[in-house]
Design a protein around this ligand. Structure first.
Ligand code: AMP
Ligand code: ZN
Length: 475
C-alpha cells in the first residue's frame, strides 16, 4: 500500500513518510488523562488532534488499532518523582476515595470527548488494571541491570544508556537536567539526577491510598511504566505512532523509551507525534493552576463544543494556540456560515465520479501533509465554489466529515430549519404590522401609518396598497 502519509516525527525532528511495521496497519498509542480533575480544553486540544490523526489514517485506508491508558495512579505533580500525588490531591479535595475520583473524572472525560466528537480509542485501560505487568517489566529491568533498589524504591538507572535524551539536541540536554530545575527537589536515593522511580515503597505519602504487594514491598508504580506496559500488552513489541502533548516529551516519553527499549532490547516506537499547547493569555493552560476552561463552561456560555473543535482544526497542531473568546466567537460565525452554505446544496442527481476523486485527493493530500487540517477545511470552501453538482459536493462533505467530525450535514439541516423559522416569524410580524397600519389609517393617524411603513422598510419589507389590498415584497 503506497500511502505517503507524512507527519513530523519528534524523534528525528523531520517530517517523514509513515512506513508501518506491518503493511496496511497502524499500531497507535495515546497517553490518556490523569483523572484527578476535569480535562481542560488544552488537554482536549491534544485529544482532538490525535483523533483527527487516527481518523485521517483510517480515511486513507489504514487499519488502525489505537490504545489509551487512564492514569489513575502514580502521577506526581512535577512529572518527575516529586511533588504531591495528583490522585490523592483530588481525593482530599473532594472527600472521596481515589477510585471514586478516578471513576468520576474518567466518565467526565469521555462525556467531553463525545461532545467534541472524539472517538473512543479501541482499547482504554486504567493503570490500576495492570499492576502485574508493571511488576514483571520492573523485574526484567532489574535482572538486566537497568534498574536498582535504593531506600526502598526501585529506580531506572539512566547512566546505563548511551543516549537517554533521545528527543533533545546537545544544548537542550544540558538544560534538561532535572536537578537544575528550581522546582525539583533532589532525591538522595538516585544515583544520577535523571534516574526515575519505577516502583515506590517509600515515599512521603504515608497515607497513600492505593498500594499493592510486590517483590520490593508494598507500594505503587511510578507514572512512566504504565504507558510502556499498557501499550505492549495491547500492541505488542513494535509500535508505529505514539502521541501526546509536547509537555510529555520530557520526562514522560523520554522515560517510556528508556525503560521500553531496555526491556525489549530493540527499538520500540518509530514515530512520535506531539501536539503543541493551548495557552491562555497568562500562559500554558494546566489543571494544577485550578482556574481552567472546560467543555461544560463553554457550553454554559452558549458555545457549541464543535465550534471549539473547529477552532483547533483551523490551526496547525505543531503551533502553540492562544485561546480567546473573541476568536471563538468568530469561529462560531464561520461554523454558521459554513452550515448555511452547505444547507443551500440540493440533494439531487448523481455523484460525478471525476469531481469526487479530484476533491477527495485534495482533501487527502492536505491530511497527508503533516496533518494540515486548516488546508483540509479550505478544500471544503473550494469545493463549495467549484463547478460540480450539489450531489457530489454533499457526498464529499459527508465523507470529509468522517475525519473533521464537525457534524456539518446536521448543522446544515439545522441551519435550513432555522432559516424557515425566521421566515415564518417575519411573515407573522409583517401581517401584524399591516393590520396595525390599517387601523391607524382608519383612525386617520397617517403619521403612524407612515411610521409603520418605514419600520417595515427597515426590516427589508416594502408594502404597496392595491385594489386587492396591501401586498408586500422583500427588498
Ligand atoms: P494529563 O491529564 O495532565 O496527563 O494530560 C493529558 C494530555 O493533555 C497529555 O497528552 C498532555 O500532554 C496534554 N496537555 C496538557 N496540557 C495541555 C495544553 N495546555 N495544551 C494541549 N495539550 C495539553
Ligand atoms: Zn504516557
Amino acid at each position: 500500500m503506497e500511502n505517503n502519509f507524512r507527519i513530523y516525527n519528534t524523534l528525528t525532528r523531520q517530517v517523514e513518510t509513515i512506513v508501518p511495521n506491518e503493511e496496511g496497519k497502524i499500531a497507535m498509542y495515546t497517553c490518556g488523562p490523569t483523572v484527578y480533575h476535569f480535562a481542560h480544553i488544552g488537554n482536549l486540544r491534544s485529544y482532538i488532534m490525535e483523533d483527527v490523526l487516527e481518523k485521517s489514517l483510517r480515511f486513507v485506508g489504514y487499519d488502525v488499532k489505537r490504545v489509551m491508558n487512564i492514569t489513575d495512579v502514580g502521577h506526581l505533580s512535577s512529572d518527575a518523582d516529586t511533588g504531591e500525588d495528583k490522585m490523592l490531591k483530588g481525593a482530599k479535595r473532594e472527600h472521596k476515595t481515589v477510585m471514586e475520583v478516578a471513576q468520576f473524572y474518567t466518565d467526565a472525560f469521555f462525556r467531553d470527548c463525545e461532545k467534541l466528537n472524539i472517538k473512543r480509542p479501541d482499547v482504554v485501560e486504567p493503570a490500576t488494571n495492570c499492576i502485574d505487568e508493571f511488576i514483571h517489566m520492573i523485574e526484567v529491568l532489574l535482572e538486566k541491570g537497568y534498574a536498582y533498589q535504593a531506600g526502598g524504591n526501585v529506580y531506572f538507572d539512566t547512566s546505563k544508556l548511551s543516549d537517554y535524551f533521545v528527543f533533545s539536541s546537545a544544548v537542550e540536554k544540558e538544560q534538561m537536567m532535572v536537578g537544575v530545575r528550581d522546582d525539583v527537589q533532589e532525591d538522595a536515593n538516585k544515583k544520577n539526577k535523571n534516574d526515575f522511580v519505577l516502583w515506590f515503597t517509600k515515599s512521603k505519602f504515608e497515607d497513600q491510598a492505593l498500594k499493592w504487594d510486590s517483590p520490593w514491598g508494598v507500594g505503587y508504580p511510578g507514572w512512566h511504566i504504565e504507558c510502556s506496559c499498557i501499550s505492549m500488552k495491547h500492541l505488542g513489541e513494535y509500535m508505529d505512532i505514539h502521541c501526546g502533548g509536547v509537555d510529555n516529551i520530557f520526562p514522560h516519553h523520554t522515560n517510556e523509551i528508556a525503560q521500553s527499549e531496555s526491556y525489549l532490547g530493540h527499538k520500540w516506537c518509530n514515530y512520535w507525534f506531539h501536539v503543541h499547547h493551548l495557552n491562555d493569555k497568562s500562559g500554558k493552560m494546566s489543571k494544577s493552576k485550578g482556574d481552567f476552561l472546560t467543555v461544560s463552561l463553554l457550553e454554559e456560555k452558549g458555545y457549541n463544543p464543535l465550534v471549539y473543535r473547529l477552532f483547533c482544526l483551523q490551526s496547525h497542531y505543531r503551533k502553540p494556540l492562544e485561546f480567546s473568546y473573541e476568536v471563538l466567537d468568530s469561529m462560531a460565525t464561520v461554523y454558521q456560515k459554513l452550515a448555511k452554505k452547505i444547507g443551500e446544496l440540493r440533494d439531487e442527481g448523481s455523484v460525478d465520479e471525476k469531481g469526487y476523486r479530484e476533491f477527495r485527493t485534495k482533501f487527502e493530500e492536505a491530511l497527508k501533509s503533516d496533518l494540515n487540517t486548516s488546508m483540509a477545511i479550505t478544500v471544503i470552501y473550494d469545493l463549495l465554489k467549484a463547478d460540480i453538482n450539489d450531489k457530489t459536493k454533499l457526498e464529499l462533505i459527508k465523507d470529509f466529515d468522517y475525519v473533521l467530525s464537525l457534524n456539518l450535514l446536521q448543522a446544515a439541516e439545522e441551519s435550513k430549519e432555522a432559516g424557515c423559522n425566521v421566515d415564518a416569524e417575519l411573515e407573522a410580524f409583517i401581517n401584524e404590522k399591516i393590520a396595525e397600519r390599517a387601523a391607524a389609517k382608519k383612525e386617520k393617524d397617517f403619521a403612524k401609518a407612515d411610521a409603520i411603513r418605514a419600520e417595515l422598510l427597515d426590516r427589508g419589507v416594502a408594502i404597496k396598497d392595491t385594489r386587492e389590498g396591501v401586498v408586500w415584497e422583500l427588498v
